[in-house]
Design a protein around this ligand. Structure first.
Ligand code: PMV
Length: 354
């Protein structure tokens, strides 16, 4: 019978880089110019849920994102689908009386439905969670027998930062040396339990879509910024080692200094690009000043900040008490309905709000 359908559903949180990836040495394979390190958020917030389905009654590959059909014809989707199909195994579902031989996957079509539990328009990283979830769900459906790191190298070809969302906790994307990208993959540095005092607070400064996509921005930076050359060769290699040590020792002072310095250098590299790229706005700058003043007045850092390709602030508080104080200070400095009020807060530990 041709009536069967097999499905797999997976859920993947997004990740926030504390040592940034910015700049590709190969645009098609998505190979970066430096290593990067991130923290994966807990799945309560900012995560993607994806269901993948296969049935002989489907006559083409199709995908829906938040209920709206999107095209799968782009190279990034095609690369991920091809890589996974090429590694598919035999699948048998005795209850449904279904048997799929590995070569059948080349002919069978897929339907994919993906939802973000946060507004996609909020300008918060969504491609990282999206491609990681897609690759993970497809690998399960097609019985792909590869470890997480190999899967991360496939997710990387969808969106660079996606490779880091295949693991929880602290994750390093090793840039690799190979031209083909086989060694450009993610490894877990520490699991989610290793440093669970940390609380992540995201202040949604603007819900507008970013003006310069990371793809265009990185291309311009690689072509024009001398500061990027210096950063990739001289700064990041040392910083990655220091960050790994700070994470290993749960040393918040070093962790915060490195995180803030790396965010600031990433935005300096954007400014050093021709034409210059401005991702942060006045509110972002005011948040940086507020956190810097607070950290200075305490003598030791209480909160780290980092900004991706947009104005939203991701802040990491050393513990729950500090996160509570941070929220008070943000609300005091950015009162609702004032000129520069913050649209929304996302907190990595939902009990903080209660
Ligand atoms: O993976 P992309 O193309 O969305 O690029 C992500 C770039 C940053 O978020 C700015 C930095 C990073 O390492 O995630």
């Amino acid at each position: 019978s041709q009536k069967w359908i097999l499905t797999v559903t997976a859920q993947t949180p997004t990740n926030i880089a504390v040592i940034k990836y910015w700049g590709k040495r190969d645009e098609t394979l998505i190979l970066p110019v430096n290593d990067s390190i991130s923290v994966t958020l807990d799945p309560t917030h900012l995560c993607t849920t994806t269901t993948v389905a296969v049935s002989p009654s489907f006559d083409s590959d199709r995908m829906w994102l938040n209920g709206k059909e999107i095209s799968l014809s782009g190279g990034r989707y095609q690369n991920c689908l091809r890589e996974i199909r090429g590694r598919a195994g035999d699948v048998e579902d005795k209850n449904k009386g279904v048997k799929i031989a590995k070569e059948d996957w080349q002919k069978l079509h897929l339907h994919i439905a993906s939802y973000n539990n946060f507004p996609t328009a909020a300008g918060l990283a969504s491609s990282a969670a999206g491609f990681a979830c897609l690759v993970f769900a497809l690998a399960k459906l097609m019985n792909v027998n590869e470890d997480q790191s190999k899967l991360s190298a496939i997710a990387r070809q969808g969106s660079g930062s996606a490779c880091r969302s295949l693991y929880g906790g602290f994750v390093k994307w090793i840039m690799g040396k190979d031209d083909k990208g086989s060694d450009s993959l993610a490894v877990q540095l520490a699991d989610e339990k290793h440093w669970d005092d940390l609380v992540i607070v995201i202040a949604v400064v603007s819900s507008r879509q970013k003006e310069t996509s990371s793809t265009t921005g990185m291309r311009d930076t690689v072509e024009t910024s001398l500061l990027l050359q210096h950063r990739a060769k001289e700064v990041v290699p040392k910083r990655v080692l220091q960050m790994e040590e700070a994470i290993r020792n749960r040393d918040f002072t070093s962790f915060a200094q490195l995180t803030c310095a790396d965010s600031n250098q990433f935005h300096a590299v954007c400014l050093d690009t021709s034409p210059p790229i401005f991702y942060m706005n006045d509110t972002s700058h005011r948040i940086i000043s507020l956190v810097e003043k607070w950290n200075r007045s305490e003598g030791t850092p209480q909160v780290a900040y980092t900004f991706d390709a947009g104005p939203n602030a991701v802040m990491i508080a050393r513990n729950r008490k500090t996160a509570g104080l941070l929220l008070q200070r943000l609300l005091f400095n950015f009162p609702p309905n004032s000129d520069a009020d913050l649209n929304d807060f996302v907190i990595g530990d939902k009990s903080i709000l209660q």
